[in-house]
Ligand binder design. Sequence first.
Ligand code: SAH
Ligand code: SF4
Ligand code: F3S
Length: 495
Amino acid sequence: MKFYIETVGCQMNALDSELAAAALISNGWERLATRKDADLVIFNTCSVREHAEEKIYSALGRLKHWKTQKPGSLIAVMGCMAQKDKGVVFQRAPYVDIVVGPGRLDQLVELVNLAIATGEPQLAVSLDRFQRRDMPRETRESFRQFDPIRLPETRPRVFQAMVRIMFGCDKFCSYCVVPSARGPEQCRPPRDILEEVKTLADQGCLEITLLGQTVNSYRYVEDGKTTRLAELLEMIDRVPGIRRVRFVSSYPTDMTDELLAAVRDLPTSTPYLHVPAQHGDNGVLQRMRRRYSVEEYKELVDRIYETIPGAAITSDFIVGFCGETEEEFQRTIDLVRYARFKNSFIFKYSERPGNEASKRYADDVPEEVKKRRNNELLAVQNEISAELNRRFLGETVEILVEGPSKREARSVAQEETLYAECETQEDASPTRDADNFTSLDALVSTGSSSNTQLTGRTPCDRIVVFNGSTTLTGTFQRVRITDTAPFTLFGELAD
Ligand code: SAH
Ligand code: SF4
Ligand code: F3S
C-alpha cells in the first residue's frame, strides 16, 4: 500500500508529517512523491488563518473526482484543522475517510487499518479546549504525545532534523487558534529529547532545529531539578556529530540572560533567534494579550544584540488586527526599523472562531487596508533585509550546503520558509532572489554536477547561493560573498 502526504502550516506540521510517514513506513507502507498512484492521500492541515483552511477544502474538493476513479482509496485529514473542525470535515467533504487531530496521531495507523477493514469514517480528536475550560486534566490527557522512531528517509535532508521539545501552547494570545488546536503546553523529558538527538546524530544528522510554539518557555522539573532550554542546549552541545543547533519560536518574555549566554557561548548554538513581536503598539499588544510592552521588546532586542555578536533576529507581525488605527500600525513600522530584523513574516489578521478576539472585538479593518499595511510593512522590512545583507559583501561565511537550488520547483521555496502557508513570504522566497540573479542561468543550464547552483545556510540562517559540485551537499564550506539580495547572499567557494 502506498501513501502520499501533503503538508501546509508551520514546522510543527512538517515534523508531524515526517513522524506520521515514519509510523506508516514502519507498518509496511510505501511513501510516494506524488498523489497519482497513492492508496492513501493524507492532508496535514493548518487553521491559523481562514485562507489556509479554504485552500485545504478546495484541494479536498478536487480530490473527490480522484477518489471516484480509484475505488478503495482513502483520504485522511490530519493536523490543526482536523482538531478544529472535527466532524465538520466529513460534512464539508463526505468522501473523507479519516479525521485525526494532532493530539491523536498515535492512532493514525490504527485508524487507517480500521477504515480499510470497515469502510466506515474514522474520527479521533482531542477535547475542545476553548469549550472545556472546566476540564483541564481531561483536556490535557486527550492531547497525547507522539514520538515514534525517526527514519532518515522521511526527512528532506538526512543531515538536518527537527526535534520537538514541547507540545501545545498555554499563552492564549487572543487572535490565535493554536492553544486549542495543539492543546496544553507539555514539555518532553530532557532524557527523551537527548536520546532522540543521539539517534539522529547516529543517522548522520549535523543540524538540529528544536521546536516548540514557545520553545524558550521549555521547563521540565524532575526530582527537584529544573531543566530549561539553556541546559538542554548544553546537553545537546555535547552530543558527538551535532554541529549546529537552533530553536523556534521564542516568546519575548521567556528569553533569559542564561539562554542568550548559552547561545553566545556554546559552539553548536547559532546566532539566530525567531522572536515574534506581533505588533509595535502597546494598546494592540494588550488586545492581542501578548504579555510585554513595546519598550520591553525593544530592551530585549538591545540585550540580544549586546550579548550575541552578529545575532540575526526574525519576527512575525499581524497587520489589521481588530481596531488597528493608522497610528498604531505606524508604530509597528517604527519597531521594525528599530529592531532591524533579518526578516519578518507578515500576516493579515484573520478572525478565528472561538478564541478571545473573535468574542471581544470586531474584525473591523477592511481587507484593502490590511493589504496595504501588509505591503507597506513588507517594503520597510525588505529595505532593512537588503541593507543587512549588503554588509556581507566581501565577507567569507561558513555554510552548511543543503543541495542544488531547484529554481523551477516551487516546493523548494516553500520548504525554505518557516511557514509553508505564507503568502507574503512567497515574494521573499530564495527562488525569487535567485531568479533575479540572471548571470547564473548559463551556469545552471550546463547541468554539470561540478558546476551546479547550490544553496546553503550561514549560522545566522541566511541563504547562500553559489556554484559547486553536488557532492558538497551535507558538508560545511566557506563561501566568499560576491553579491546580495534582500533574502539571499550569492558567492563563490573560498577554498
Ligand atoms: N507560536 C508561534 C507562532 C505560531 S502561529 C509564536 O507565538 O511565535 C504563526 C504566526 O501566525 C504567529 O506568530 C502570528 O503572527 C500569525 N497568526 C496567528 N494567528 C493569526 C490570525 N488569527 N491571523 C493572522 N495571523 C495569525
Ligand atoms: Fe499562538 Fe500566542 Fe501560543 Fe504563539 S504564543 S502559538 S501566537 S497563542
Ligand atoms: Fe497552523 Fe497548527 Fe502550525 S494552526 S501554524 S499548523 S500549529
